[in-house]
Structures are given as structure tokens and as C-alpha cells.
Design a protein around this ligand. Structure first.
Ligand code: UD1
Ligand code: CA
Length: 507
């Protein structure tokens, strides 16, 4: 590879057909902006310097480009007068005219570093003034055509609008990616005019200038034409996105991942999967998600920036910034919010939402619960229908539950509160005070049975018929607690508010 390569990325255009407040090159494809993909491919050829030409919406484009490539040289093109004009500005900013100059566009997300590397190598080996990365298209409309003579030597690139009918029948197009001898380019750019149908300075006019100077010019078709295809509107964006996803999914399958339904599986660029991972239909793995060996994810699961451990199982789950330990089980229908950490062999089960929750190894929250701002110790089981009440209306507080605790169903932990190791709580407990290790906390009132209530208060109903058939007595006057005469309150007698007898024995 050359030891003095300058890459120029053109990204000054307006992209009006996107109809978006987001600049075209910032639209994401498989989790990364279009220009981000291009910059990654460019970085793979290890250039000496990269110049990005920005113009339209550069207040958004420039910082984004810098984020991807901190030592990028930014060249500002105030007015988009054509690709020749853009490259001229870039060459001035580059401050160097020696070596090879590679020009690429910021809107070709499928571009691969390997293609650029091969193209530059061929250009340099052939010692050309200009090399064209071309493509053979069945529908070449809109592209510049590569015009060759009878011997096949490249003569010029002619833009669609300037082409003769015969030239429009040429299927070989200019992809837009060109390689130059830097010294030739610097000398040729000021000589490009704008006397053409669009009134633009065409970079492609350098081909003819090189020919006129008796220099070598060549074109080299890239078989995989999609690599140089740009997205101009959202329909093309979706098409390129689907194609990139297809390529990513295929790559992972080749690397030993089972994907049951590639068509409904979405895997973004930065996701990392281990061998023997299985992905079931309708699954999206986004951001920096990492999945460990033998894990099974899906069906119908979305994980963004998550970590799934070896042999874990994640079913019908939506997760974000969550860590699922080795051999752990999640779902179906779980919602893992940021800061969720499930230890090895743990379980976050059905209809469970978690947030900022650290569940140690073997901890289980199997059913219908909200676990927010909590620590749950090793081997602890949280009963069904439990709410970690972390918010007092003003501030969030934490709940800490020790190891090997067993909490009852339908509990509320009113944070801040701590439950000790090996402690327990009764069904329906509202835990407001700390529970010492090994203690059982009960807070629901003792149960009282009002004998005969159904027959007295619901006569003539199916419920009453069933009670009668079962030999239920009509009992004592409603409201008299049976088996708990010591505990009397005017409320909380087991009937619902509004049904509470007003003339019972208690009132
Ligand atoms: C260009 C090529 C054409 C090629 C096609 C491939 C020229 C004259 N034509 O045509 O041969 O087949 O690309 O897609 O080069 N840009 C700037 N500043 C400008 C003008 C353009 O930064 O002043 C950027 C655009 O943002 C875009 C790229 O350069 O990323 C190409 O510009 P565009 O106007 O789309 O060129 P085409 O007419 O498509
Ligand atoms: Ca274009």
C-alpha cells in the first residue's frame, strides 16, 4: 500500500430528496451513519490524511465526521459548484499534492475497505494519472458513462446530461470513486471549466485532461456495484439498509451463528456474536450488543447495547443497556431498561420490568413485577406481582434485598428499605421498614371469614347458588368476624370499599 495516500470524502451536497432536517450522509444504515460507514472503509486503507468536504448543514456534518475520525481535515465548500470544485477545495486544505489521491462520496454505505485497497493498489501498479472505479449497470441512467475507444482505452467520462444518444447506451458507469496521481490532480483542477449542461465544475473532466497530456488513464469495474451505490431518498436508504443487513446476517451465519429467519432478523454493524448463538425470527440486535456462545435470542426480541451471557435465553424481550448473565433466563415479555444486570443463572420472567437493578447470580423475579433501583442478592426469589416502589414523588430510592431471601407474592418494597439475608415476607406485604436477616415480615392484616356473607348479601346469584349447593350456612349477621374476634376494625374486613356492610356487628 502507498505510504502517501490522501482520501477526499465529498459530503457537501444538499440531499434534498431525503426531505429531512437530518443531513443525508448522517442518516443511519444498520446502526451507523452513511458517512460513518464510508469513513470506516476509508480508514481500512490507512491513508496518510483524510479530507472531508462539508457544506450543506455542515454544523451537523462536521462534528459528526470529527467524531468518527478525530484527525480528519475539514474543507468547507460554501457553494456546491460541482465535484471538481469540491476536490479543488479539498486539495488546498490537504496541503500536500504528492502521492495518491482517492476521491469517495459520503453517501455509499456499502463501500468496503478491501475494494478501496484493491483499487488503489491497481491504480498505483499501473502508474496512472487517473483511475476510475467503474461499474456495469443494466440501468445506467443518471450516471456518468465511461467512454472507451475501439481498443478499449478510456477516453473520457461523459455525464448523462451531456451525453450523446450513443453514449447513453454505454453500460459502464463512473461509480464516483476515482484515484489520481496527486501532482497531476493539483495541476489539472484549476483547468477544469464549467461549460456544460449543469454549469458545474466536473471532476470527471480530469480524465480528458490526462488523455490530452498523454498520461495513462484506466477504469476498473467493481463487480459488486452496490458498494458504490448512494442513497438519495428514503426508499433507497431502506433498500441499502436491507442489503447491508442481509450481508451482515450472512457474515454471522458463515461465522457459526444460526439464524432461523434472515429476512426478519436485523443485526447492526457493531454487534458481536459468538459461535453457536441461535437467533429466532423477529429479532433485532442493535448498537453494541454482544451475545455469548450457545445463547438463544428471540423470537421477537429487540436488544440495544446489551450483553447476553453464554448459554442465556432471551425470549420476546425488549432490552436496552442491560447485562444478562451466563445461563440466565429472560422473558417471555420482559422489559430490561438501562442498568439492569442479571447474574449467572438468574431469571427475569414474564411481564417483568427492570431498571437500575442488580440481580445477583441465581436471583429470580419470575412473574409480573417492577424492579427499579434495586439490589437483589444471590439465590433470592421475588414473589409474583411485586413492585419495588422506588419513587416517592420527588426522589428515587434504592431497595436492597439480601441473599437467599424469599419474598411473598404481591409485595411492595417502599424504598429506601433493606431486607436481610435469608429473610422472608408474607403475601401482600407492604415493606416500609427494614427486615432483619432471617426474619419474616408480615404486614397484611389477619384474615377474617364472614360466614354466610354470600347467601345474605348476594341472594339469587350464581355465586349464592354455588355456596348453597356446597352447604354454606347463612351464618351469623354479616360483619361478625369468625375466628378473629380479637381484631376488629371498621375497615379492611375483607370486603371491598363500598361493599363494606354499614350495619354489621362492627359498626
Ligand atoms: C457524479 C459524477 C458521475 C457519477 C456519479 C456517481 C461528476 C461530475 N459526476 O454525478 O460521473 O456517475 O457521481 O454517483 O463528478 N458534492 C460536493 N460538492 C459539490 C458537488 C457534489 O460535495 O459541489 C458531493 C455530493 O454531496 C455527492 C457527490 O459529491 O456526495 C456527488 O455529487 P452529485 O451531485 O450527486 O454528482 P452526480 O451528478 O450524481
Ligand atoms: Ca449522485
Amino acid at each position: 500500500m502507498t505510504n502517501n495516500l490522501t482520501v477526499i470524502v465529498l459530503a457537501a451536497g444538499g440531499g434534498t430528496r431525503m426531505r429531512s432536517k437530518t443531513p443525508k450522509v448522517l442518516h443511519p444504515v444498520c446502526g451507523r451513519s452513511m458517512v460513518g460507514h464510508v469513513l470506516r472503509a476509508v480508514a481500512a486503507v490507512e491513508p496518510e490524511r483524510v479530507v472531508a468536504v462539508v457544506g450543506h448543514q455542515r454544523e451537523q456534518v462536521a462534528p459528526h465526521v470529527q467524531e468518527h475520525l478525530p484527525d480528519v481535515v475539514l474543507a468547507v465548500q460554501e457553494e456546491q459548484l460541482g465535484t471538481g470544485h469540491a476536490v479543488r477545495i479539498a486539495m488546498e486544505a490537504a496541503g500536500s499534492t504528492s502521492g495518491t489521491v482517492l476521491v469517495a462520496y459520503g453517501d455509499t454505505p456499502l463501500l468496503e475497505g478491501e475494494s478501496l485497497r484493491a483499487f488503489v493498489a491497481e491504480h498505483e501498479a499501473a502508474e496512472r494519472a487517473v483511475s476510475i472505479l467503474s461499474g456495469i449497470l443494466q440501468e445506467p441512467f443518471g450516471y456518468g458513462r465511461v467512454v472507451r475507444d475501439a481498443d478499449g482505452d478510456v477516453l473520457a467520462i461523459v455525464e448523462e446530461k451531456d451525453a450523446t444518444p450513443a453514449q447513453r447506451d454505454i453500460y459502464e458507469i463512473n461509480s464516483g470513486i476515482l484515484a489520481f496521481d496527486g501532482a497531476f490532480l493539483a495541476e489539472a483542477l484549476p483547468r477544469i471549466g464549467n461549460d456544460n449542461v449543469k454549469g458545474e465544475y466536473y471532476l470527471t473532466d480530469t480524465v480528458q485532461l490526462a488523455r490530452d497530456a498523454g498520461l495513462t488513464v484506466g477504469a476498473h469495474p467493481l463487480a459488486d456495484v452496490l458498494q458504490t451505490e448512494g442513497a438519495n431518498d428514503r426508499a433507497q436508504l431502506a433498500e441499502l439498509g436491507r442489503e447491508m443487513n442481509r450481508r451482515i446476517v450472512t457474515r454471522w451465519m458463515r461465522a457459526g451463528v444460526t439464524v432461523m429467519d434472515p429476512a426478519t432478523t436485523w443485526i447492526e454493524s457493531d454487534v458481536v456474536l459468538a459461535q453457536d448463538v441461535t437467533i429466532l425470527p423477529g429479532t433485532q440486535l442493535l448498537g453494541t450488543t454482544v451475545v455469548g456462545e450457545d445463547a438463544v435470542v428471540g423470537p421477537d426480541t429487540t436488544l440495544e447495547d446489551c450483553e447476553v451471557g453464554v448459554g442465556a435465553r432471551v425470549v420476546r424481550t425488549h432490552g436496552q443497556l442491560a447485562v444478562v448473565g451466563d445461563g440466565a433466563n429472560v422473558g417471555p415479555f420482559a422489559y430490561l431498561r438501562p442498568g439492569t444486570k442479571l447474574g449467572e443463572g438468574g431469571k427475569i420472567g414474564t411481564f417483568v420490568e427492570t431498571k437500575n437493578a442488580d440481580l445477583a447470580a441465581g436471583a429470580k423475579v419470575p412473574h409480573l413485577s417492577y424492579v427499579g433501583d434495586a439490589e437483589v442478592g444471590e439465590g433470592t426469589n421475588i414473589g409474583a406481582g411485586t413492585i419495588f416502589a422506588n419513587y416517592d414523588g420527588v426522589a428515587k430510592h434504592r431497595t436492597t434485598i439480601g441473599r437467599q431471601a424469599r419474598t411473598g407474592s404481591n409485595n411492595t418494597f417502599v424504598a429506601p428499605v433493606t431486607v436481610g439475608d435469608g429473610a422472608g415476607t408474607g403475601a401482600g406485604a407492604v415493606v416500609r421498614r427494614d427486615v432483619p436477616a432471617g426474619a419474616l415480615a408480615v404486614s397484611a392484616g389477619p384474615q377474617r371469614n364472614l360466614e354466610g356473607w354470600t347467601l345474605q348479601r348476594r341472594p339469587g346469584t350464581a355465586q349464592a347458588a354455588a355456596a348453597e349447593a356446597a352447604g354454606a350456612s347463612t351464618g351469623s349477621p354479616v360483619g361478625t368476624p369468625v375466628g378473629d374476634t380479637a381484631h376488629k376494625t371498621s375497615q379492611g374486613d375483607g370486603t371491598r370499599v363500598g361493599e363494606t356492610p354499614s350495619t354489621g356487628a362492627e359498626s
